[in-house]
Design a protein around this ligand. Sequence first.
Ligand code: COS
Length: 382
Amino acid sequence: MALDAETRDQLIDTVRRFVTERLRPLEAQVSETDTMPDDVVAEMKELGLFGLSIPAEYGGLDLSMEEECLVAVELGRTSPAFRSAFGTNVGIGSQGLVMFGTDEQKAKYLPGIASGEIITSFALTEPEAGSDSASVQTRATKDGDVYVLNGSKRYITNANKAHLFTVMARTDPNKPGGGGVSAFLVPRDLPGLSVGKPEKKMGQQGAHICDVTFDNVRVPVENRLGAEGEGFKVAMQVLDRGRLHISAVCVGVAERLITDCVAYASERKQFGQAISQFQLVQGMIADCKTEALAAKALTMETARKRDAGQGVTMEAAAAKYFASEMVGRVADKAVQIFGGAGYVADYGIERFYRDVRIFRIYEGTSQIQQVVIARETLKRGG
Ligand code: COS
């Protein structure tokens, strides 16, 4: 559901102020301590950030995809770790439930997800099932009125904080590929579920990924999400949506870096003038700006198409592919414009350079996006 223009502008303005006044001053601290302060998370809950995409009847803000992308652009203007605190609740951790949940499942979990009381996580990836996500080996064996889950998941965002996992597991071992996979809502406190230690990562400190292991976890049948054998399609549709959100975050980060570059290049003097006066520096700024504008246009156009009910699998993949590669190039140029300062931690540019690297990998690598784009384009005949 779309907001009226005034409410939407107010929301965006509020998020922009929160990012500028509250989050940006904490960027270095969160990165150095690898910890997200509790009071900041509490303020995010109060602002409604955990429920941006949750239907209003369950206490969320019920944003359209276009509105969610506009908010995600604002959130991109600070360290991506902040967005990750509620990103799973807005996206991959909740949308399977929003799209495929029964009324009972929604009533049970969505209000807590919208308020941030329930933290969610999306457990698809496994040690042997990364890009080839249809090959999941985690087993869900039916035993009366429960499914017994066994297996392990890898690099699961927010697993250390999660109360509820959307887990993709194989219900039919005789059906290879996606057709044998089902999706489940798995509460953290079920016996046999354990979460590993957060991995040490290249960037986005303050956001965590962990292994999740299922050792005879008994999940009630009523926690299956969608029909048996539909879990892979649930995951794919959740990712279609998530990829657009990530594209918008990439645009926001690029906009932030461009602003930082302009400020630095206007101040920094060499050869007797601000380096912003040199055409070779201007060329880098122009390239960054052009690419950021193009990524934003593609992202927002795709969001509007999705809001209009059109299938956007190919377009969302294209947006994610272009925006994540774009922000990589922008971060690289930002280091170049800052020169030595770009390589030094105090300026924060090298942190963004590391932070953005994952955008080309998670929610589908660039190469997987290329596969999706090419397949669909071939299917459509152009
Ligand atoms: N929406 C709805 N259904 C979809 C879909 C989508 N976006 N993508 C695929 N499907 C369906 C297909 O229509 C097909 O259905 P049928 O069996 O009824 O024909 C089924 O799912 C299998 O699809 P496909 O044959 O395309 O599966 P593949 O294994 O060949 O490839 C890719 C699927 C590679 C696209 C998929 O595995 C993928 O996206 N991998 C990356 C995973 C990822 O993003 N991981 C990040 C971890 S989560 S942070």
